[in-house]
Design a protein around this ligand. Sequence first.
Ligand code: HAM
Length: 427
Amino acid sequence: MRGAPVGLPAVPEFQTSPGMRDILPPESARWRRFVEVFAGVVERAGYGQVISPLLEDLGVFQRLGEATDVVTKEMYDFVDKGGRHIALRPELTASVCRAFVQHRPVVPWKVWYTGSQFRYEKPQRGRYRQFDQVGVEVLGADDPHLDVEIIALGWEFYAALGLRRVRLLLNSLGEPDDRARYVEALRAHFEAHAEELSAESRATLAKNPLRVLDSKREQDAPVIAAAPRIAQHLSAEAAAHFAAVQAGLDALGIPYTVSDTLVRGLDYYRRTTFEYQGLTLDSAQNALGGGGRYDGLVESLGGPPTHGVGFALGLDRTLLACDDEGVFAPPATAVEVFVVDTTGGLEALRLTSELRAAGISCDRAYEQRSMKSQMKAADRSGAAYAVIVGTDELAAGEVALRPLRSDRGQSAVPRTDLLQHLQKALP
Ligand code: HAM
């Protein structure tokens, strides 16, 4: 490690806030590639990108449910200079539904998105206060095959990244009435066993008995194991929908585990819910992504009754899983050519501009460094060729072309032929 230059403090005065990160090159190139791969998968299935604001009226997110930590505890909200109560988005499903109500697009509306979300959570590996998601939503269609299509798209995306250690969990939370009856049955069960539950789960019980099922605490496991199951509370309609989703996944050969304790953190789900878990990650942060149906959300935002289904996948966490599995490495960002100019720099300025215009990636050194220092920079750049201009070359109207990744020696090339020469030499 290099020490701080004399006179500067070792720790800079300003650093990223807790739970926020700078994504530097070459990692940032991997992030962009991640989104490109995702766009490729979902655009082939007819999804178009929606880009919505980072800020929304607080009310948009309050519709996500008052029993959700994301809304009650984790929101970044403030009053703006116009006196509006605004929040930084904690997720994108609500924004997409708000946009649907505002613009009334033709249904089914199939959209995808990417971007940063903000939640004031306790930062740890895989859990940040600013994190990125990619996701899809479909509004205005009730076909269980759509649930299957969406789940399959997530599955296909993980395969495209090269991830193998992913498990798909599936559940149905039933229609709102089923869910309400089930919540009451759960409440009765957990209240009867309240003294066996952890203090945290007792607090959760008072707000939202469903979320107790999500507890990972050992102390809660026996009470949860003995709890009533959602399957016994599904209406015939919801059970048929769930069976159709499973039949569709079977038809596509996508493996899944039905998990009747999968309730998810957000409150808007009805019928299908699912989660992709990364098997290499710690269980507290192993959800790579998740989603489900949320048929009442558009209505709660002032729109007509509209079916909705979608998912969001966490970019940060998925990349951690990629690291664990040794797949989807940062793409190579090396330039193809490095221009070394010891005649003052004007030739480097012209050459880099010409080569870039012709589609050849190239870089150069600055500040009229020595030949030795420029050659070092050329090596570091990862370029395949150095194009060298010294006083002799300049006078002769030539450049020296030196391969940097092979033992072949350098050759003199007329300045006017350089472009053609490089176009032939580069892959
Ligand atoms: P979510 O489960 O809250 O769902 O988030 C989806 C994914 O975002 C998680 O599985 C996780 O990978 C990632 N994630 C969530 N919080 C954090 C965090 N603090 N740090 C890092 N990654 C995080 C939703 O957001 C729903 N909008 C999904 C959806 C879309 N449902 C229907 N349509």
